[in-house]
Design a protein around this ligand. Structure first.
Ligand SMILES: [Zn+2]
Length: 351
């Protein structure tokens, strides 16, 4: 049995557009030396870059071999090379196992990509590739390049070494030097649809109802969806929803204690506020279009609690939550902000 180590284009979730562009580069034999993959965290930029490195160097590709497993590519005009990796040849296996010295991945060191890293890269690139047809450099999170590192990189982008492709990945281009951006061919990546995320989660044995909710809450990010599934996000959400539904019956001390408890979860504050917002959003939306609720696994509760609140009250509560989201992002006193928000929910809520 042949073990597939792969990350080939076929296994990447959605991203049909960038993959089509990359395949065209390989087919035409005209591969730009500098590429910029732009898209949110967790949508598959790095995975696609590795798959591209594989496809560029796949031995079956180079020899013009067409695998019978990939008949779709047979329709291509003769002379065009096959644009996906086989995932099985030595080159593919080495790349998948991170054992190919010609595929270089750079990550921020701490919060930044530093000049020392770019200098080291320059040193490496001044030598010939070891064995690969194409040496591929993947610079992840290029938005973290500091100014000196950006300037050093610019030199490489202006005169890329032969048989070398430099791929930068970033979630936005605004913090990159315009000269860096203009040197690269930009390839946009879209958020992954919630339908595809749900399917991917179910394939990893996440329970169907849980997968459906996480898929909507993960903002189109595969890595975020996986993290949510692995960290038992659903339990945290259930706890918080239970607190919210019990809130109107609780004494004021319990309301303030909840505000304090959540204000102490600094790293998860934004996520917790999103859960709170989504809950009240569902209660409001349920009045008009029950099919559009996000917390679909809590449908019975939403039905029950939605009927207890008028749309105008829910709208007021949503505005209070949005205000708290804004204020906590702008370094306001978190505890006071949350106290105000929960008190407003408490005073407007009904049993
Ligand atoms: Zn191969």
């Amino acid at each position: 049995m042949i073990v597939k180590f792969v990350i080939t284009f076929d296994e990447i979730i959605e991203q049909h557009q960038p993959i089509t562009i990359l395949k065209q580069f390989i087919h035409s034999g005209k591969i730009p030396h500098t590429l910029l993959f732009v898209g949110n965290d967790g949508v598959g930029k790095r995975t696609t870059a590795v798959a591209f490195a594989m496809a560029c160097n796949c031995r079956h590709n180079i020899s013009g071999y067409l695998s019978s497993n990939h008949r779709d590519d047979r329709s291509l005009p003769t002379g065009m090379r096959y644009a996906n990796a086989c995932g099985e040849c030595r080159s593919c296996r080495n790349i998948a196992a991170s054992q190919n010295p010609d595929v270089i991945l750079l990550y921020p060191s701490g919060a930044l990509l530093r000049i020392s890293q770019i200098r080291e890269l320059q040193q490496t690139l001044s030598m010939k590739p070891y064995a690969a047809q194409w040496r591929i450099v993947i610079i992840n999170d290029a938005q973290t390049l500091n100014p000196e590192a950006s300037n050093a990189l610019l030199k490489l982008l202006e005169e890329p070494p032969s048989r070398t492709i430099i791929i930068l990945t970033t979630d936005h281009t605004t913090s990159l030097l315009p000269t860096v951006v203009s040197r690269c061919q930009k390839i946009p990546f879209n958020p992954i649809s919630s339908r595809a995320l749900a399917k991917a989660l179910k394939a990893k044995n996440v329970a169907a109802q849980e997968a459906d909710v996480i898929a909507v809450m993960a903002n189109g990010s595969f890595s975020r969806a996986i993290k949510m599934a692995e960290s038992y996000w659903i339990f945290q959400r259930n706890w918080l929803i239970n607190e919210l539904t019990a809130l109107p019956r609780r004494p004021i001390n319990a309301v303030l204690a909840l505000a304090e408890l959540i204000s102490n979860q600094k790293n998860e504050l934004a996520d917790l506020l999103t859960i709170i917002y989504t809950w009240f959003r569902d209660l409001l939306i349920y009045h008009y279009n029950p099919k559009k609720i996000i917390n679909s696994d809590r449908g019975a509760d939403i039905d029950h609690f939605s009927k207890k609140s008028s749309p105008s009250t829910l709208l007021e509560q949503l505005q209070a939550i949005q205000k708290a989201q804004r204020l906590t992002q702008s370094n306001a006193n978190t505890r006071l902000t949350l106290e105000r928000m929960f008190l407003q929910i408490w005073t407007t809520g009904t049993n």
